[in-house]
Design a binder for this molecule. Structure first.
Ligand SMILES: C[S@@+](CC[C@H](N)C(=O)[O-])C[C@H]1O[C@@H](n2cnc3c(N)ncnc32)[C@H](O)[C@@H]1O
Length: 461
């Protein structure tokens, strides 16, 4: 059986919580769980385990019964614990594994996830270490696959409570990213920038609201801190979207500041025929419509289009919505303005979706790149002469962004790049040498950062 490499640390004499638990155990009484105890931590473990099996964190949150049963502070704690575990999983694995004499077997997935969640509490989060150790052992006892390892869990958790934080802090920054992503980020942006990107992934993203009418004042109430940023964004410290004044009236929708830039640089004019390709769930459709464009929104996914329609309805817009594969869609004619927000690795949204670090697969990239190139050609064909095409991806990887555009311009002579001006992006520091938009998560770090995005503007000759 696996054992801890180190002796478990001595128990702290100051530990009221642990002394109480131990005493109770000796006397055969059930120990009293501390606040935000076993149920919240067990729900966080369930969420993590669902992501290990391939679900996104959002899907797990929506479907996990033990999480759904939580309320208030327990619910927030479980969500924060799951999110922290995913953000730091690479380093946390390294830390807890350093205490094991015998590595875990690949099939011990639940035990591995329990160690991860416990390490996140003990090495990253500011929680009572005694509560973390106590609950880890109680959770181990709950299931057949972990019950036999409760002593190991106890020993490793107690060892981590002693010096896990120090071990974590000694690890290189790149440890938080999967190897394939780190290699690609370092090659594309250089090691220093790649480190800044990986560091930015440690933090929760702020909540950005896109204003339907950017010139209007949105009165949020004194309790919600907010600041104007970019072209139409109000950045807030709030998390409760439906609770924000103006939500029911459709005065805003949720959209990271970086995601507002592709539609902003398209420059679709009032009443102009505009194709929003790969449109769902409709963030950019709403933005184009708010600027008065006459939009046809195309997407292949029925359920995502349902969300688009619900979003449009709340904000009070009605677009022409088409469920079609873009590569096969045959509209009656081209449009003056075309926005293609192509499917991609979504690596630019890791701050919001930390599960992507572990659910994205390098093997998906060739397929995505092939699809993006085909979509770009199709989108160019659907743009009328003299019209504007914007290509966008929420990716950190140039092979899905910059390189796709270079290759497009090399294989077609009917397109030319139209460089973006700083005034078009509200002065944000996101315009690269070619005049394209390249957002990275650490830019504007002091103000909460931004999603990673690439967007280029092309004119059809
Ligand atoms: C990056 S998301 C779009 C986000 C959207 N533009 C927004 O701002 O809310 C990419 C979209 O491409 C859609 N998609 C993927 N393959 C497609 C295809 N062959 N034809 C049309 N849409 C496709 C997906 O369903 C997904 O909704």
């Amino acid at each position: 059986m696996e054992q801890s490499r180190q002796k478990p640390p001595k128990r702290s004499e100051e530990s009221g919580a642990r002394k109480r638990g131990e005493g109770d155990e000796k006397k055969g009484r059930k120990p009293k769980p501390p606040p935000q105890g076993v149920p919240a931590r067990d729900a966080a473990l369930a969420l993590i385990h669902m992501t290990t099996r391939g679900l996104t964190l959002n899907e797990a949150v929506e479907t996990c019964k033990s999480f759904q049963a939580l309320e208030g502070a327990d619910r927030s704690f479980a969500r924060a614990l799951a999110s922290t575990t995913l953000r730091r999983r690479g380093a946390l694995d390294e830390v807890f594994e350093s205490y094991l004499k015998i590595p875990l077997k690949p099939k011990q997935t639940l035990l591995r996830d329990l160690f991860r969640v416990t390490a996140a509490q003990l090495c990253v989060m500011d929680v009572d270490p005694h509560a973390a150790v106590f609950c880890a052992v109680e959770i181990a006892k709950l299931r057949d696959t972990t019950r036999g390892y409760k002593n190991l869990v106890n020993a490793v958790a107690r060892a981590m409570s002693e010096d896990g934080k120090e071990r974590l802090e000694k690890l290189p920054i790149r440890q938080d990213a999967p190897g394939w992503l780190w290699r690609r980020l370092a090659k594309a942006h250089g090691t220093k920038t790649a480190e800044k990107i990986v560091l930015a992934h440690r933090d929760e993203a702020p909540l950005d609201l896109s204003l339907k009418d950017p010139s209007a004042e949105l009165v949020l109430g004194e309790e919600i801190e907010a600041k104007r940023i970019g072209v139409r964004t109000l950045r807030t410290a709030s998390r409760l979207v439906p609770g924000i004044p103006g939500y029911e009236e459709g005065a805003f929708w949720v959209q990271d500041v970086a995601a507002t830039l592709p539609a902003a640089i398209l420059g679709a004019t009032e009443g102009a025929k505009t194709f929003d390709l790969c449109a769902a769930p409709g963030g950019k459709t709403m933005q184009l419509m708010a600027d008065g464009a006459w939009v046809t929104a195309v997407d292949t996914s029925a359920w995502r289009l349902k969300r688009l329609e619900a979003n449009l309805q709340r904000v009070g817009f009605s677009a022409s919505v088409v469920q079609e594969n873009l590569l096969e869609w045959k509209p009656s004619g081209p449009a003056k303005f075309v926005l293609l927000d192509a499917p991609c690795s979504a690596t630019g949204t890791i701050r919001r979706n930390p599960d992507l670090l572990w659910t994205s697969r390098e093997e998906q990239l060739p397929l995505l790149k092939d699809l993006q190139a085909k979509m770009l050609d199709r989108a160019a064909d659907l743009t009328e002469a003299g019209g504007t095409l914007v290509y966008a991806v929420c990716s950190l990887l140039p092979e899905e962004g910059e390189e796709q555009v270079e290759k497009l311009l090399a294989r077609r002579d009917d397109l030319e790049r139209v460089p973006v001006e700083p005034s078009e992006v509200g002065g944000l520091p996101v315009i690269n040498k070619q005049g394209d938009i390249r957002c990275l998560p650490h830019l504007l770090n002091d103000e909460g950062g931004m999603d990673g995005f690439f967007a280029a503007r092309l004119r059809k000759k």
